[in-house]
Design a protein around this ligand. Sequence first.
Ligand code: CTP
Ligand code: MG
Length: 176
Amino acid sequence: MVLTAFWAMLPAYIPNNAAVLAGGGRPIDGGKTMGGRRLLGDGKTWRGTAVGWGAGAVLAVVLNAIQQDASDLVGMTLPEFPIAIILALPLGAMLGDIAASFLKRRTGRERGAPFPGVDQLDFVAGALLLAAIARPGWFLDTFTLPVLLVVLVLTPILHVLTNGIAYLLGLKDEPW
Ligand code: CTP
Ligand code: MG
């Protein structure tokens, strides 16, 4: 269950980290404001979003290529990603993160300000939602209730860990 959850969510985990590495350039909101605050802020860029999406999709293709061998190795059938899911999981992750920034700006939080709970799960919500829309059947087969529960527990732990490491390595300005 933990392995299935981790495997199925990997294409949604990678985009944020890739965006941190690739970020910079033109902000998506083009500097526009709403109610005196930025629509999204400088932390959401076209490049970061595109690279994050691409990185997650490429990873999903790689996981598909090794799915059989990996399944044999762990003695269980790990999920395969249909093409719509290859695209939906990482795009949903990026959109969830962007939606959270919109929410953060509307609630007066500056770029980089922590939003506990939202920071850790925004991309999961986005990825799961878009995957469910893209391939409802695959979504229900893969994300059974126990797997979903593992995802909800595992993700914040991994998120805190990886962002802490990125912060210590000087890749990220804040550890969240
Ligand atoms: N990033 C990006 N494009 C995205 C998401 C992230 O370019 N769609 C890059 C930015 O350089 C950003 C960094 O990754 O600063 C860290 O991402 P995140 O923590 O999500 O952004 P914050 O800068 O903290 O901004 P916010 O408060 O809006 O979350
Ligand atoms: Mg942040």
